[in-house]
Design a protein around this ligand. Structure first.
Ligand SMILES: [Zn+2]
Length: 469
């Protein structure tokens, strides 16, 4: 057991050194992993590979050190001091996203989304909160309303969430996620995508997910088609409090049973399964597959739960409103460096300080995010109203779905797996149709789903069918 652990740590170290010094290695691995794919042979999207190459850990380090220099970013801290407090961070981020937007030819707009938060458990007085929201508009008229959101929270806390004066560097929680989102915006602003991508940094996470709740509620009220949301929270360190150094793994948390499941949907799920097939779980699988293709030196560890014990993140307000959402977090956390006053106690350094960040690791997590976002926003929408027809008992499986409307649509693929498999294992192209019967394969024995692909080979996440009569 110990030898195995040691071997895996040594392997991890070698892998991380490679990643640091030779990005061409990533390309070589991309080709290798592509040939090993089981679900289907695919062409590489050159734009996505280019985006992955352009993400730079040095920019991420600069952003984190700048955010830490504001002393604290507690949501209740000073709003009008240019050097210290949450207001300084807000204005600096707004300026940086605006600079990124300059390369977009007017397609990226940056907004300060401000609102007055009433008194709440961790908000003793009504307080103005501001999310920085950079929207890169999609270029295909049929897809521009389809929106993908990537987020990190720029607020921070020390031991007490309501202490607005203490130093709260928040280098990992969550300058790491904030810096990753800013770097993605900087790199991706100059590229065109068919669908819209929102690069967001929110406040009030430590006060109770307040900034993300506001954004998600606005999106729901405006009927914004948020097809997916990623939160990046605590993606900063490759060394855990358990002593394990793992710079190649990132956890992606996805819920199985939807937070907003209706009683009817729950009945169906109890009858024929589906607890492992929420839209968020399909998103996690899509991210894992995209990582294998474009950032093959890294590994997505899917975690089949909404979040960690005793914790919750900014994806939850989205899930509660029916949007698919996942959380990215480092593989092993160190609780001495989260939510702690900066101090030395019995020779142990506490506090969320930048020396515990691994900037190259954060860059790799940003690469996985960017590749997945670019893949989503380049592909057609997932097919709507996917259904499995259940009018009679049969050993065949009949699926149907609504037609996609993208002009570059090439057709659809049906995927399936055994009911105990964590990922889709088989693919069958079925052409430009809106129904298909798989002869001799029983829907009782496999899970099926359908996805759309365009003429360049970009594929949507899958839609898991609901039973219809
Ligand atoms: Zn956090």
């Amino acid at each position: 057991m110990q030898t195995r652990l040691l071997a895996s740590i040594v392997f991890s170290l070698i892998l991380s050194a490679c990643l640091q010094f030779d990005l061409n290695w990533v390309d070589a691995q991309t080709r290798q992993s592509r040939s090993a794919r089981t679900t289907s042979a695919r062409t590489t999207n050159k734009q996505i590979a280019q985006i992955v190459r352009e993400i730079d850990g040095r920019n991420i380090e600069k952003t984190i050190r700048k955010l830490v220099s504001f002393g604290t970013r507690n949501t209740l801290s000073e709003q009008n001091n240019p050097n210290r407090g949450v207001g300084a961070a807000r204005d600096w981020l707004y300026a940086e996203f605006s600079r990124a937007a300059e390369q977009s030819g007017g397609r990226m707009t940056v907004e300060k989304q401000s609102f007055l938060q009433p008194k709440a458990a961790r908000v003793p007085e009504p307080t103005m909160l501001t999310n920085i929201v950079a929207t890169l508009k999609g270029t295909q008229p049929e897809s521009e309303a389809r929106t993908y959101v990537v987020s990190g929270h720029y607020d921070s806390m020390c031991t007490s969430p309501t202490d607005a004066k203490c130093d709260a560097p928040g280098a990992n929680d969550d300058a790491s996620g904030t810096a990753a989102v800013l770097e993605m915006a900087r790199v991706m602003a100059k590229y065109e995508f068919e669908a819209t991508i929102v690069f967001m940094t929110v406040a009030g996470e430590e006060q109770g997910l307040l900034g993300s709740t506001y954004f998600a509620e606005q999106a729901k009220q405006k009927h914004t088609d948020v097809e997916a949301m990623f939160t990046n929270d605590i993606i900063g360190s490759s060394l855990g409090g358990n002593g394990v150094h793992d710079p190649v793994t990132v956890r992606v948390f996805s819920e199985g049973v939807p937070s907003n499941e209706s009683p009817e949907e729950a009945n169906t799920r109890r009858g024929v399964g589906g607890e492992n097939d929420s839209a968020s779980r399909q998103l996690a699988r899509f991210i894992k597959e995209t990582c294998q293709r474009y950032v093959p030196g890294m590994r997505v560890m899917m975690v089949y739960r909404r979040d960690r014990y005793l914790r919750g993140g900014d994806h939850i307000p989205f899930l509660e409103r029916g949007f698919a959402a996942v959380r990215f977090t480092e593989p092993n956390e160190d609780y001495r460096h989260q939510h702690q006053n900066v101090r030395i106690e019995n020779g142990v350094q506490y506090g969320d300080l930048p020396q515990y960040d691994d900037f190259n690791y954060i860059a790799n997590v940003a690469r996985i995010n960017a590749a997945a976002l670019a893949a989503l926003a380049s592909a057609p929408a997932r097919p709507k109203n996917a259904a499995v027809v259940t009018t009679r008992l049969t050993n065949d499986t009949e699926l149907k779905w609504d037609a996609n409307k993208e002009p570059d649509l090439a057709g659809y693929e049906i995927v399936w797996r055994e009911t105990t498999s964590p990922v889709w294992t088989n693919t069958r192209a079925v052409g430009k149709v809106t129904s298909f019967t798989i002869k001799g394969m029983s829907k009782d024995n496999f899970f099926f789903a359908v996805r759309a692909l365009d003429t360049l080979g970009n594929r949507s996440p899958v839609s898991f069918p609901r039973p219809v009569r």
